[in-house]
Design a protein around this ligand. Structure first.
Ligand code: NAD
Length: 285
């Protein structure tokens, strides 16, 4: 039997349901909607498409989404000035800077400039530290979304073996900490890992975020495993994941497609965190 699908639109719809009723009540109380500022520098096609989708999804939920599209030659000082302005803007609850940034801009300096209370994509070192310390803070939307996808399968994580391909600050590293909180046993792989197929075959949960189309083959997957494909690459004008979907679907128990998997969830998850920031600001926390 082919694997069951973890569909992005279904998971995102559940998240939206959680938000809609609350949004209505809060709007009646405050007369203000949550505000999210998304900053993109340059012309990276995958980033531009993500930001366009974020704008559309935000508007559909009644958020005030401001997209700041800056040219490639924007200086670090100019970007920092915009962030400072947004940090003080009353109508803005969340700020997200799309990565990658052009090489002449230091990402760490930029992330450090975001007010941690508005850092809804968990990029500021303070929020990363909170995640590390199991304290409540903002979590990178992509890692948070993967956790929601696993919850969607209703399969428990405790005691399970999870293999993550990719160790970036926005996917592999935060996800490993979130999974540890749920008592999974983790293996984090990267481009220097030896024997990747054998390691993957041991996984009850396999998450791949390498950005390498077709990396995960059918015979890399344990029968019945949950396979989540975070990789998104533009290939011949199409979006493709890291997983050989046709082959893996016949082995896995659950699988997320690309497109139609992680993408729509991450965008909604960013709104979810922005709603949290808005609620905290209303409550004066
Ligand atoms: P990155 O380049 O920062 O990290 C890639 C990771 O994959 C690195 O740790 C690298 O060591 C590892 N890797 C690369 N090739 C490998 C190989 N052959 N074997 C094992 N490990 C390998 O990238 P990132 O920002 O984490 O993004 C990863 C992928 O996820 C990209 O395709 C990106 O587009 C996608 N992504 C999607 C979303 C989303 O849709 N919500 C969000 C973030 C990233």
């Amino acid at each position: 039997m082919p694997a069951k699908l973890i569909r992005g639109d279904e998971v995102a719809a559940r998240l939206r349901e959680e938000m809609v009723a609350e949004l209505e009540t809060l709007y009646e109380e405050t007369g203000r909607v949550p505000g999210l500022a998304v900053i993109i520098v340059g012309e990276d096609p995958a980033s531009l498409s993500y930001v366009a989708n974020a704008e559309k999804a935000g508007a559909s939920l009644g958020f005030n989404v401001q997209v700041h599209r800056l040219p490639e030659h924007t200086t670090e000082a100019e970007l920092l000035k915009l962030i400072e302005k947004l940090n003080f803007a009353d109508e803005i609850d969340g700020i997200m800077v799309q990565l990658p940034l052009p090489r002449h801009i230091d990402s760490y300096t930029v992330m450090e400039a975001i007010d941690p209370e508005k850092d809804v994509d968990g990029a500021h070192p303070l929020n990363m530290g909170k995640l590390f310390s199991d304290e409540k803070g903002y979590i990178p939307s992509t890692a948070h979304s993967v956790m929601r996808m696993i919850e969607f399968t209703l399969q428990p994580l405790y005691g399970k073996s999870a293999v993550l391909i990719g160790r970036s600050n926005i996917v592999g590293k935060p996800l490993s900490l979130l999974m540890l909180r749920r008592n999974a046993t983790l293996t984090i792989c990267h481009s220097f890992t030896q024997g990747l197929p054998e390691i993957c075959r041991e996984a009850d949960i396999l998450v791949t975020a390498a950005g390498k189309p077709g990396l995960v083959k059918g015979d890399w997957v344990k029968p019945g495993a949950i396979v989540i494909d975070v990789g998104v690459t533009q290939l011949d004008g199409k979006l493709v994941g890291d997983v050989d979907f046709a082959a893996v679907r016949n082995v896995a128990g659950w699988i997320s497609p690309v497109p139609g998997g992680i993408g729509p969830i991450t965008i909604t998850m960013l709104k979810w965190s922005t709603l949290e920031a808005y609620k905290k600001r209303i409550a004066g926390i």
